[in-house]
Ligand binder design. Structure first.
Ligand code: TYM
Length: 332
């Protein structure tokens, strides 16, 4: 089996629908076909300030949502990044073969440092993509399923793998980015040309997995559309309606064309009411299951520690090889 690996930051109280439809649903589909590794990048989360108790809580909440959303720990490996020290260790080595200019070209850093002000941006935020490369290369995956926004980071991982291989000899698998199709990209309900994101200005455009279904229904019903009345898919001219249609399609499994045909002659309000219902009934069981898992944090921690043990077996083999190739003395 080919191996795939991916992760989602524990940086909010809930995953949003973009994380769910753009990433998690796809992971769940992949775990049957691939040797799948999923993790929670908590080391990445502290590149911006985090309240310690909050971070711990969010890490568990994120893990619970992975599992509630269908990640099956009997089929894949699920772990928390900070419990596998090899990530930070390999990141150091990779940092030493990354050019300063190369790291400076990473757009996510540019965006975030603009947002927070470059004086407040940490060195950790700057080296973030190098840690991400370490996350990936430690496990020698064939593919990394991510959204379009992560493409540049996967490119850097590929470059670093090739550079290390050519300098020190064949060591790393050069990973492919498995970029989700455009239809899996979910936009903000209030600002439908921007991707749905936890860092949005207002929460009104977000659909969170763990929100009260009434809140979710209200947000869908207040989603920004346009002044026309026709329900059709056109990302350019009708981003709001198109976003609702692609959410509908992703959740129901029906094609956008079929949905458009079904809503011929109906009003936006009809579509919104039905979509609110569909989303609530789909997310309800996930929310319940996540809350059940969170009611027993000790058991959740035990599952994650087991995942970390499995991950370390792979990660430590790669790191041992890397250290030897670099010229570090063998230990023990
Ligand atoms: P993160 O936590 O921002 O996002 C996790 C995944 O969700 C996708 N995504 C979306 N997809 C569709 N619509 C949206 N509105 C939307 N918002 C987010 C992202 O593309 C991503 O696939 N740097 C990574 C985390 C990471 C990682 C890794 C990923 C750290 N190490 C190693 C893969 C491999 C990040 O911040 O993703």
């Amino acid at each position: 089996k080919h191996r795939v690996l991916s992760g989602m930051q524990p940086s909010a109280d809930s995953l949003h629908l973009g994380n769910y439809l753009g990433a998690l649903v796809n992971w769940v589909r992949m775990q049957d076909e691939y040797d799948a590794i999923f993790f929670i990048p908590d080391l990445h989360a502290i590149t911006v300030p985090q309240d310690p108790a909050e971070l711990a809580r969010r890490t568990r909440v994120t893990a619970a949502q992975y599992i509630a959303g269908g990640v099956d720990i009997n089929k894949c490996t699920l772990f928390v990044q900070s419990q596998v020290p090899e990530h930070a260790q390999l990141a150091w080595v990779l940092g030493c073969i990354t050019g300063f200019g190369e790291a400076s070209r990473m757009i996510q850093f540019k965006d975030k440092s603009l947002q927070h002000g470059s004086d407040h941006a940490s060195v950790g935020l700057f080296t973030y993509p190098i840690l991400q490369a370490a996350d990936i290369l430690l496990y020698q995956p064939h593919g990394v399923p991510v959204g379009e926004d992560q493409r540049q980071h996967i490119e850097l991982s590929r470059d670093l793998a090739q550079r290390f291989n050519s300098r020190y000899g064949e060591t790393f698998q050069v990973p492919e980015a498995f970029i989700q199709k455009e239809s899996a990209k979910i936009y903000d309900l209030q600002n439908p040309t921007a991707k749905m994101s936890k860092s949005a200005e207002s929460p009104a455009g977000l659909i969170n997995l763990l929100d009260d279904p009434k809140v979710t229904a209200k947000r869908i019903k207040s989603a920004v559309t346009d002044t026309e009345t026709e329900i059709r898919f056109d990302r350019e001219a009708k981003p709001g309606v198109s976003n609702l249609l692609s959410i509908y399609s992703s959740i129901s499994g029906l094609s956008v064309d079929k949905i458009v045909a079904d809503y011929q002659g109906k009003m936006y309000g009809h579509l919104k009411v039905d979509l609110a219902e569909l989303v609530a009934s789909h997310l309800g069981p996930i929310r319940d299951r996540a809350n059940e898992l969170l009611a027993d944090p000790a058991e959740l921690d035990r599952l994650l520690a087991h995942g970390a043990d499995k991950a370390r077996e792979i990660a430590s083999a790669t790191l041992t090889d890397v250290y030897a190739k670099v010229g570090f003395l063998p230990y023990g």
